[in-house]
Ligand binder design. Structure first.
Ligand code: NAD
Length: 444
């Protein structure tokens, strides 16, 4: 789907017209969507600062070097990494303000700011000041979004700052791979020893299963995971066989057509996974909308959304658990939505299911951790797919613009975030929600 305003304002005269009319002037976002490389930061101008501390964490510096980052001397900065783990009193917050302000003048269009904070506070004052960093990052993200730049934060749990773990965060949050992720705060946990920390480059898990893979976010995810060497089982309804066949031919994957809301769907998936030796990356992506206000919603509209978006996931997981089909170190990812966070008029059914998935991943994380596996939710905002193409024009236009980047995301943006969570090195993230929404104002 074409974003005409985005194309229009790429011309200098278009920008002038948009400015005169008071219209948004979104920047075309720099994106990177190929397979992970050994040194994701090679060739990028990276600057690391440590307000409140004598120097950045040694593990951060080691991770920067391991990802190929060279020092940035005086020129524009593409990736600013702020070690704010030392911001534990008001004076240190002042240093955060001063040093970030100074560096910001060098931040390139489409630049990335990643701020590290800590959950290890000695007292209430430290807790307050460490938490202040989160508000700082969210506000900063809103300011720099109009230049296509993003800011995100990681809250390091005590002992969580080992170099391989931070490398995984840097190669996503400090590069063009996270183009549509902004204003997010993720807890970065200590590796629990359930599965060995992988080295870079990632050791690709063998098998991925992506539901709803025939189009939109699902197809982009199947393509992206295949780039990392995964063998992808693509699942969709029988009516979507044609695009599913074309996709699996393209990526060398396999396919299964089944209505996930049907009675025997979990059995069919389990049979297919038995043949493939279990699953290493499970992406519950299939989802539907049947929008109507609650007062006018039919029971069928309620039931069909519940069946696809929630019951099918619960049934599939129960069957995979019973058969031991989630391999050790597996990565499970559920497609939630900002509608599940903010709620959306006309979507009580959809918002309920997407909110359910947020509760689900939080509750299921500890049982999966025993096997070194993780589970997280991705909450996309406005993504340019068939689903959003069906929206009324004005609602669609509002969805596109009501975010810090003033534009919609692409299916590949979501796929890139899924690839990040699906990587073996992303074990420190579990039970959480990562929004891919350009810092949408909805539910912010
Ligand atoms: P889409 O409509 O383009 O694709 C969904 C796919 O799921 C389709 O190929 C469809 O055939 C398949 N599917 C639907 N019902 C199925 C069933 N019963 N059995 C098997 N397959 C089934 O949607 P999308 O925009 O790519 O969204 C993918 C996921 O992301 C959904 O869960 C959606 O709720 C979520 N999401 C999308 C957006 C967005 O802006 N597009 C925003 C937030 C969340």
């Amino acid at each position: 789907m074409t974003d005409r305003l985005l194309s229009f304002v790429q011309h200098p005269w278009g920008r002038r017209v948009a400015r005169a009319l008071g219209l948004p002037q979104p920047v075309r976002l720099p994106r990177r969507q190929d397979a992970w490389s050994d040194k994701e930061l090679a060739g990028r101008a990276v600057l690391a600062i440590a307000p409140g501390s004598a120097a950045p964490l040694p593990s951060l510096l080691a991770a920067l070097v391991a990802q190929g980052a060279g020092a940035s001397a005086g020129g524009p900065v593409q990736s600013l990494v702020v070690d704010a783990t030392g911001c534990r009193d008001v004076a240190a917050l002042r240093a955060l303000f001063e040093q970030t302000q100074l560096s910001l003048s060098r931040l390139a269009v489409g630049g990335r700011v990643l701020v590290l904070s800590s959950s290890a506070a000695a007292d209430a004052t430290e807790a307050a000041c460490l938490h202040a960093v989160q508000g700082f990052v969210r506000a900063l993200a809103k300011e720099i979004g109009r230049r296509g730049a993003t800011a995100n934060a990681l809250v390091l749990q005590e002992g969580a700052a080992s170099p391989p773990a931070l490398e995984a965060a840097l190669r996503f949050f400090s590069t063009d791979r996270s183009a549509y992720v902004s204003g997010q705060v993720l807890a970065w946990r200590k590796e629990d020893g359930g599965a060995p920390a992988a080295t870079t480059p990632p050791v690709a898990p063998r098998v991925a299963l992506v539901t709803g893979a025939a189009g939109g976010i699902g197809a982009a995810t199947a393509r992206r995971l295949a780039l990392d060497g995964l063998r992808v089982l693509c699942v969709d309804v029988p009516a979507a066989r044609q695009p599913l066949e074309a996709l699996t031919r393209e990526i060398g994957g396999s396919l299964l057509t089944v209505d996930l809301a049907g009675a025997g769907a979990a059995d069919e998936l389990a049979d297919a996974l038995h043949r493939l030796g279990g699953v290493d990356v499970l992406v519950h992506n299939a989802g539907i909308t049947r929008d109507r206000t609650l007062a006018r919603m039919s029971a069928a509209e309620w039931d069909s959304v519940m069946a696809v978006n929630l019951s099918a996931i619960l049934a599939v997981d129960a069957r995979l658990d019973a058969d031991g089909l989630l391999n050790a170190g597996a990565r499970e990812i559920c497609l939630s939505s900002i509608s599940g966070i903010a709620g959306n008029a006309g979507q009580t059914n959809y918002s309920a299911t997407k909110s359910a998935l947020i509760g689900y991943v939080a509750a299921r994380a500890s049982s999966l951790a025993e096997r070194g596996a993780t589970i997280n939710a991705i909450a996309p905002g406005f993504i340019e797919t068939a689903m959003t193409r069906r929206m009324p024009l004005m609602v669609r236009e509002a969805g596109r613009r009501l975010n810090a980047l003033k534009q919609g995301g692409t299916p590949a943006d979501v796929a890139e975030a899924i690839a990040f969570l699906a990587a073996p090195q992303s074990q420190p993230v579990t039970g959480q929600v990562l929004r891919v929404c350009g810092q949408s104002l909805l539910g912010a």
